[in-house]
Design a protein around this ligand. Sequence first.
Ligand code: ANZ
Length: 857
Amino acid sequence: MKQYKPQEFEKKWQDRWDAENLYRTPNPGEESFDPKKPSYYVLDMFPYPSGSGLHVGHASGYIGTDIIARRKRMEGFNVLHPMGWDAFGLPAEQYAIQTGQHPRVTTERNADNFRRQLKLLGLSYDWNREIDTSVPEYYRWTQWLYLKLYKKGLVYQKEVAVWWCEDLKTVLANEEVINGRSERGNHPCVRRPLKQWVLKITEYADRLIEDIDLLEWPEHVKKMQSDWIGRSEGAEIDFRISGGDKYIRVFSTRPDTLFGVTALVLAPEHPWVRKLTTADRKTSTESYVTAVASKSELERKAETKEITGMFLGSYVEHPLLPTRKVPIYISEYVIADYGTGAVMSVPAHDERDYRFAKAMGLSQIEVIKPENLMNTADCYTGEGTLVNSGDFTGLSSAEARMRIVTELEARCLGQKKVTYKLKDWVFSRQRYWGEPFPLSFAPDDSIVPVDESELPILLPEMTNFTPSDDGSAPLNRVPEWVNHTLRSRPGIPLKRSTDTMPGWAGSCWYYLRFMDPHNSGAPFSKDAVNYWKQVDMYIGGTAHAVMHLLYARFWHKVFFDLKLVPTPEPFKRLFNQGMVTAFAFRDSTGRLVPTDEVEQVGEEWRRIGTEVKLERFVTKMAKSLKNVVNPDDVIANHGCDVLRIYEMFMGPLADDKPWTDDGISGCERFLKRVWSLFHDDEGKVKAQFLAASPRSLKDDSGQLAIEQALHRALKRVNDSFDNLNFNTSVAAMMEFLNAAYEQPASMTRIQAEMFLRILSPFCPHITAELWAKTAHEGYIDYQPWPAVISEFLQDDNFELVITVNGKPRRRLQVRRGTAACELEDLALNVVQDLVAGQTIIKVIVVPDKLVNIVAKG
Ligand code: ANZ
């Protein structure tokens, strides 16, 4: 083959890898397992197999992990690099509701398409380990692990005000609702109480914060995790309701400001609101409460808008100054399910309290002075020295915090308290396409855990998946499934829980199942988990920075406590790939125009064949934006290796970067040149790459230059693995190729081998083909990764110092090894102006160092 035609060999290699199970990873105990090899586990966040398939943006992360996996294999690691499907989820169910098509059918079809696409990308997954979270062989173990959580006391039932979406007929998690509308589909949502299964993630809150230190994760993700958990140290303080013996409890992080309290503010949903509202204020209070109920938490917390509130007409007593009456208000800024749902308002030292007091015309009392005693602003939120605070005046904030809490404790009016923003995790959905709960209800409504031996609890077959109008799950309509008995409780009529687990359940432990995917007696064996331990490198988009990672960490910690896993954390190193963005087009009305209906006319963009001018903008790839680039098309046109390096060449893996079709040609040219380097004009592999040519490097400066270029490239490729900026790897290999082309006849077989090895993780097809064509046995995939030899890294150039009569006058970058006569000519040339009119008496050349010119005149 004269020219580079990837279509002629890429498929052949992919089929061969498949047929020969080239990337199969043995587990301990298997025959092909080599105990001397260290383990390395590199994992992609496994996809939900959506109907629209993969676009080049998804592919970039998968290519990145594949490059890592391939290099690690060559470095002698036993590499676990699996793929599977996060297959339960809402879209398949929505589709089923619309079309009557069973989610199982669409999910399988979509997974088939994903698998086909991933194989086209030449990814070296061990497909023997493929998993699907929606099959009974998998979800029986999700149920089994859930029972472990239940038995550990981490599961309870609670009536929760949940987001209900009428259009989707389902409950949504807080995170799935944005500004009171569903994230998916943008439908309106309302709050509605419903009995739910809840997981006690808050019991692990402290450890989930502390162990963040063990992680090699991007700092911003660590911060997002810790902010999400939101640990606050403070105190709970009780305020006695005037004229009674009941108390209202507040949570404050600043008990040192207690003497500055000028109002007590309740969340409008606070259970005391009705009782504390005086008769004359009932109507206005009620309408205020209703108005706030329709607002999302985000709106209520918005910092830019004016805070509203309402005085209830009642008072509490200040706990340390019983004569001071403090008015009770309600306001939107106090959130019902944080702390105690009540706040002591200190306008002089808290921004929101300040804005609230301004809006309500409340007074403020300054109780903290900054250290420098300068005039303070209206609201000073820092630490300082107490003023206007009775016996505590003069103390520092820190000291006062302790002393005031001690005083309150002595009077039984308060105590230290740690609060978290993190709430227990509502873990049930009123949907069909999820894992059934392994929990049943006895006739007296008590919970009966299903015995492990009776797992899995299979989803019953159904044809209509619409939830009932009362919000109960579709499973409620299958009485023969709901009503059952258990072998462990013979004769007792039981009812199943008809909710299913949320989409997160399967992804909480899938990385463990990959370690031992076919185990039918346990979710994973001890041997497997003790060998693979944890994920060494986990790559996925930033979308999962909080929830999936937090939930999986929580389950993993429970498993760790149960001695099911040997490590306290599941994912040692995390890396977020950036987004591949793309151009999209819109007309003057803002309507999107599919990219294939757009043409460029001069500097303008127009709808093909019309005068309609379009605006071009950069945005993420999305089906709705009609700017999705399908890897299948790119591969059909340019080949898989070209796509792989182009995706890496676009920029560091972590960065967002725009896709342009023009950029591909540079990468294609590179691989064409690689191909030509190995072939003569007749399309035959050059003889120099077929026979070992034991020439010494010293004898051939061209060969030495190539060797140096190779090691320089290798060094840069190695370095690029630290931060996954594989763009520099590709650039380094391109530079190498330029160097090789300077004296192509000098390149030896051994050098060709080294180059192919370095290129192979990036472009596994062309390198497999050239490896075979240059008469090599076996697969390049398991050849050792080359080592950098530092002596070849020396810079090719040196700084030539040119002196005139002993004084340094000029400096030049010159290639090492330049002949003495050439150096002399160079030097004389650049000092012409300095020696004009003088006689050159002598020129002394010290090779690779300096030229001294002795002149007289
Ligand atoms: C009085 C005070 C004075 C406060 C001061 C702060 C500064 P984080 O750090 O977020 O935990 N708070 C308590 N419960 C609340 C609720 N349900 N909704 C809205 N705000 C609430 O903040 C805790 C602080 O937020 C608490 O400390 C309380 O205001 C307020 F100079 O109490 B502070």
